[in-house]
Design a protein around this ligand. Structure first.
Ligand SMILES: [Zn+2]
Length: 489
């Protein structure tokens, strides 16, 4: 055999082995989920009309937080809390309650076994405003109308659905004489939508008391259906959350008449700076959360999709390339850049002395507030442009919680008993939640509320016609009951 033939044969041999490995690995993901079917848990009986009426009533308290804190109607928060106390008396007598930062609430349901570290459940009381005129709403946003099988109104999914769902469940547990072994802590912040100082104060208090929770559960994930990546139901457990930072860029230059302009102008320099930032995007690629998510949902993909996911050693960059084709895909892969405000000039024939831009960044966990700020300085490369943090504060990306071990297994167990056969997948939450402050006391933060949401629901968050199905909400109560019971056992 000639040398050439030998080389060709060994190349073919290698190719055959590669194809064999690719096909074999692809076959290891079957089209239908392979997970052992979990026995469905017996869920408690819930009167769905009664729970709907409670959520409807909760919506009617206009606990709207405004960006300018003086514009917020704070007394309504106390009225809302008085109603909660009235409506869930068994819960309130089972827990020790503290008022934190005036309007936030901390409730501790002491467990019998002090060797078990507590689990914290978070939900926020406040909501974002709805349009003054109620225009575009099928039913007014603060009337809590129950119609067409839904409860309508601001907060039904973000986040009074969680708050009321937890209280409905915990109150029933208390009625049934439940005594947790593990301490259950409930933290109800009052200003999540504007900064989260209430949740922050609760986290700091836990830290000061030396409490490091086993896990923290907050909003941010749900059971989704009809999403672009997977059509069927998927329980999305948020195991990480992106960081947040806004940089304010200020360019200064000589003002004056526009008939004889200098070569360096404020608007010109600022425009170059923004263009430079966008031209130098941050590192982007799949991290361990993204890989785990793809693997968990692989069985729902077509053959080519399954082949790519099963053979990430070969196709990782192909998958990343495909993800970069969508805005959310890119947001999952790296730190994003969004110029959001620009302000300069007042007269068409006068040069402004100053031009200001706000650029918002959502930080992937491979980056930090410091590294992003330094990157921006470097790529702008203009010492004349001042770069400052908006509000003097940025929030770092969260730690990545355990996936497939520790509290993840507990949550996975609850979800698979409540929603048998549903795929459970970890993901990164792109927005911000109150839970970010709890990185101070634990790495294991899970963002998941047991609602079912379809693709159309995402525009209802902070948008028009926010609503939740009556049966969907009753199921939320049932699942929270199971979750709390399993947390305390
Ligand atoms: Zn929320």
């Amino acid at each position: 055999m000639g040398k050439k033939t030998r080389i060709i044969l060994s190349v073919f041999g290698l190719l055959a082995v590669m194809v064999g490995v690719i096909v074999f690995r692809t076959a290891s993901i079957s089209k239908t989920a392979t997970a052992e079917p979990t026995a469905a848990a017996m869920l408690i009986a819930v009167d769905s009309n009664a729970t709907a009426r409670h959520l409807s009533k909760a919506v009617q308290f206009k606990t709207v937080t405004m960006q300018n804190k003086e514009d917020t109607d704070w007394p309504v928060f106390l009225e809302f809390q008085a109603w909660l106390l009235d409506t869930y008396p068994n819960f309130y007598s089972a827990v020790k309650s503290e008022q934190i930062a005036k309007y936030a609430q901390l409730h501790i349901w002491e467990g019998s076994d002090p060797s078990l570290s507590p689990i914290v459940f978070l939900a926020h009381q406040d909501v974002v405003p709805a349009s003054e005129t109620d225009e575009g709403w099928d039913y007014p946003p603060f009337e809590g109308t129950i119609a067409d099988g839904f409860i309508y109104g601001r907060g039904t999914i973000d986040d009074k659905g969680s708050l009321i769902g937890l209280l409905e469940a915990a109150d029933r547990l208390a009625v049934n004489g439940y005594k947790p072994k593990r301490t259950l802590i409930f933290g109800f912040g009052h200003d999540e939508e504007v900064s989260g100082s209430g949740a922050k104060a609760i986290a700091e208090l836990l830290k000061a008391r030396g409490i490091s929770p086993y896990a923290v559960i907050d909003e941010g994930g749900a059971i989704t259906t009809g999403m672009p990546d997977v059509k069927g139901p998927v329980a999305r457990i948020g195991v990480a959350e992106k960081g947040y930072l806004t940089l304010v860029l200020t360019a200064k230059a000589r003002g004056g008449h526009s008939s004889a302009p200098p070569t360096y102008t404020a608007i010109g320099a600022l425009s170059k700076a923004i263009a430079a930032i966008e031209a130098n995007p941050f590192e982007s690629g799949l991290d361990k959360v993204g890989v785990a998510m793809l693997k968990a949902t692989a069985s729902e993909q077509d053959y080519m999709g399954r082949m790519a996911i099963a053979n990430m050693w070969l196709f990782k960059s192909t998958i990343e390339g495909k993800m970069r084709g969508s805005d959310t895909g890119r947001a999952m892969l790296g730190t994003t850049i969004a110029p959001t405000i620009i302000d300069a000039g007042f007269k068409e024939n006068a040069l402004p002395r100053e031009a200001v831009a706000y650029v918002n960044f959502r930080l992937h966990n491979r980056d930090s507030v410091k590294s992003v700020t330094e990157h921006v300085k470097r790529v702008i490369n203009d010492p004349e442009i001042e770069i400052k943090l908006s509000g003097n504060i940025g929030s770092e990306p969260s730690p990545v919680s355990q996936i497939g071990s520790g509290p993840y297994l507990w949550l996975e167990d609850v979800v698979s008993q409540a929603f048998p056969g549903t795929i459970i997948a970890p993901n990164t939450v792109l927005g911000g939640t109150d839970s970010r402050y709890f990185a101070l006391v634990t790495n294991d933060i899970y963002r998941f509320a047991p609602y079912a949401l379809d693709a159309s629901d995402f525009s209802r968050f902070h948008g028009l016609n926010e609503r939740i199905g009556i049966d969907n909400f009753a199921k939320t109560v049932q699942v929270y009951y199971l979750m709390l019971e399993k947390a305390g056992d």
